[in-house]
Design a protein around this ligand. Structure first.
Ligand SMILES: [Mg+2]
Length: 279
């Protein structure tokens, strides 16, 4: 029997264009994946509200991982078993539509730590929590509606760090000392729980898929350093390029597949080749 393929994908700069957030080029493949019964799991720095927005747009009903591994959302009745039963160690929430496994530190604590660091270091730090939706919209180049969704953070804070590159190390150290970690996504710096990452969330979901389908194979697609743990946690790790056509140099994995195209162009090529066997 063939192994069932499960795809985990980053959104910003991978399935979505880094600058325009467009996914048009990838769209025709989504139906093909659906027809083949291949789950497409978003694994992103984005919030629950943003994930739900893109799931609706792309007609996807699979589980998703929010805020760099902060929580896993699993639609009820998605698996033939209750996934919460085997995960007693993690915090769990049962919502109307989902089972949720929480892995991240709460937003309030993260904000407090960031504010303390800013006060002590006098670094120029502006978090999403300091900005209005209008300001986030202008800075990220998104609509006010999308900015409102992006501001609904629960397990991490994105921020602008307007200091020289050498101060980044000091910032990272200060964040570590306060019990959190610094992660650099595509556009923003992120502060989040020290034990939170995409890979950890993927490993948990992979166990559920194994239980459901027995023989599985996992593929992961990303573009940035915050995808490293994701790419390490899958059988087929795929790295797409960032504009203007470069691979993230800090991602070094033995079996890494480097696709010679940027963002969604690379995503499309990888899915055609490794998931649909079209090329
Ligand atoms: Mg990305």
């Amino acid at each position: 029997m063939d192994k069932k393929l499960i795809i985990f994908t980053d959104l910003d700069g991978t399935l979505l264009d880094r600058d325009t957030y467009s996914y048009q080029i990838a769209k025709p493949l989504l139906q093909k994946l659906k027809n083949k019964g291949i789950p497409l799991i978003f694994c992103t720095g984005k919030t629950r509200a943003e994930n739900e927005y893109y799931q609706k747009k792309l007609k996807i009903n699979d589980p998703f991982i929010i805020e760099n591994g902060g929580a896993i959302f699993i639609p009820k009745n998605y698996f033939t078993f209750n996934p919460l039963i085997s995960r007693k160690r993690e915090k769990q929430i049962v919502l109307k539509k989902y089972y949720v496994i929480q892995l991240g530190a709460p937003y309030k604590k993260i904000r407090k730590a960031l504010q303390k660091i800013r006060k002590e270091s006098k670094f120029k730090i502006i978090g999403f929590g300091d900005m209005t939706a209008k300001e986030v919209a202008r800075d990220a180049g998104v609509s006010i509606k999308m900015a409102q969704l992006a501001k609904k953070k629960t397990y991490n804070e994105s921020f602008i760090f307007s200091e020289s590159k050498d101060k980044e190390k000091i910032l990272s150290e200060k964040i570590k000392q306060s019990g959190f970690q610094l992660v650099h996504g595509g556009r923003y710096y992120n502060i989040m729980g020290k034990n939170t990452n995409k890979g950890k969330a993927i490993k948990i979901l992979t166990k559920f898929f194994q239980k459901e389908f027995k023989k599985i194979k996992t593929m992961g697609m990303g573009d940035s350093l915050n995808d490293l743990t994701m790419l390490k946690a899958v059988d087929i790790p795929v790295l797409v390029q960032k504009p203007p056509g470069i691979w993230e140099v800090k991602i070094k994995i033995k079996n890494l597949i480097k696709i010679k195209n940027i963002g969604p162009q690379g995503w499309t090529k990888a899915v055609k080749k490794y998931a649909l066997q079209e090329i």
